[in-house]
Design a protein around this ligand. Structure first.
Ligand code: SAM
Length: 277
């Protein structure tokens, strides 16, 4: 592997037994961008450039980690979300594609203030702030996750207020126009259906709720939101695809109106919006 043009074929040769070619090629280009700063077209322009021993060593380390089932985002410590770069580590979830769809939906509305509950890497708040000049408070129970979120706000040059706060022991929230939450929503019993690279690497406190109380976060957040949202304020949730109907019922009981359940790109019930009238 002496030249830039050899990197992608080298990844394919080394990793063909553990993933499909499309995914391997994507890992290779993410690595090249991270190590050399070249996007796909710059790879073509620089295809004859020699790579240093250092870069070649790093490539072999990355390939070793991929073989050990570590997601590329954790290996390089970076993920892309809504066209922006985010730092991630063992305390933060890797931002998901379906969450981008939720951000897109939020941005279609007019508002001046937003509260993000369970912000993790800060991806939702930062993507909203980058595209709309609104006041944002983002909270999370995890101090280490919030450190990463603050760093991501700095890198993406946006001003957001962050606070360590446990929503489950919170009595009231500040008045805002929009509340958004992507809380933990995978049931413990759904662990068996998950890929090992998620189970072994992503923070379980960000993912799982007990089988006995799957709507724990939704109930608590919706009750607090109903009391604190401004008139016609909006509540957005990302949800477990199996609980759409139950969460709609819950929100109706609390008093929300015009509840809209929306599917993600994979045709799964994944997000909803409710209005406080
Ligand atoms: C599914 S992750 C979402 C992270 C990020 N918002 C995203 O969309 O990628 C859930 C987040 O909720 C946080 N969390 C878990 N329990 C919490 C609690 N009791 N209070 C506040 N945040 C909590 C976790 O630390 C985690 O960052």
């Amino acid at each position: 592997m002496e030249k830039v043009s050899n990197i992608v074929p080298y990844y394919i040769k080394q990793l063909k037994d553990i993933a499909q070619e499309r995914e391997i090629i994507s890992w290779a280009y993410i690595s090249i961008d991270f190590l050399l700063g070249y996007n796909r077209s710059e790879c073509i322009i620089n295809s004859d450039k020699e790579i240093t021993i250092d870069v070649s060593d790093r490539i072999n380390q990355i390939i070793g980690d991929l073989k050990a089932n570590i997601p590329i985002q954790y290996i390089i410590g970076e993920a892309e979300f809504f066209g922006l770069k985010f730092k991630v580590n063992e305390h933060t979830l890797i931002p998901r594609l379906e969450t981008e769809e939720l951000v897109q939906w939020i941005l279609e509305h007019e508002f001046t203030s937003l509260l993000d509950i369970g912000t993790g890497s800060g991806c939702i708040s930062i993507a909203v702030k980058k595209n709309k000049n609104v006041e944002i408070l983002a909270i999370d129970v995890s101090g280490p996750a919030l450190l990463m979120a603050k760093e991501n706000a700095r890198i993406n040059e946006v001003d957001i207020n962050f606070l360590v706060q446990d929503i489950l022991t919170t009595d009231s929230l500040m008045r805002v126009d929009v509340i958004i939450s992507n809380p933990p929503y995978v049931l413990e019993k759904e662990k068996d259906l998950m890929l090992n690279n998620v189970l072994d690497n992503e923070p379980h406190s960000a993912l799982f709720v007990s089988n006995e109380n799957p709507l724990l976060f939704y109930k608590k957040i919706a009750e607090l939101a109903y009391l604190s949202l401004s008139k016609n304020g909006l509540l957005f949730f990302e949800i477990n695809e199996n609980f759409g109907v139950e969460i709609v019922e819950l929100l109706k009981c609390i008093g929300f109106v015009d509840i809209e359940l929306k599917k993600d790109i994979n045709e799964k019930d994944r997000m909803l919006k409710a209005i406080k009238n």
